[in-house]
Write a protein of this length. Structure first.
Length: 100
């Protein structure tokens, strides 16, 4: 009885080692990047997302200016600038239209 369970365990292990790579490659293929951007996505980006990005950049700049003395004392001025001003500005002005 022990020999049969050992053989079946070895068989299941070998089968898993054979079939798991096929499943992961199929999963990776289904998650391929889709470069087709629809007109509605572009319109939504232009009319809703970009203005919100501009507001986020302005608000982040104001928060950065207020927090500048504290971040200078803490030694993290560059990080605060990047997170509060740079990232929203990059999201708003440098990405392709409709690419969220």
């Amino acid at each position: 009885m022990h020999k049969i369970s050992k053989q079946s365990m070895v068989f299941l292990l070998i089968a898993a080692m054979i079939f798991i790579p096929f499943g992961t490659s199929a999963l990776a293929e289904s998650k391929a990047v889709n470069n087709d951007i629809s007109a509605s996505a572009m319109a939504a980006d232009l009319l809703v997302i970009r203005p919100l990005g501009i507001v986020a950049t302005v608000v982040g700049s104001a928060i950065f200016i207020v927090s500048l003395p504290f971040s200078a004392l803490g030694g993290n001025t560059k990080t605060a600038c990047r997170k509060l001003v740079g990232d929203p500005a990059k999201f708003t002005f440098t990405r392709a239209l409709g690419d969220f």
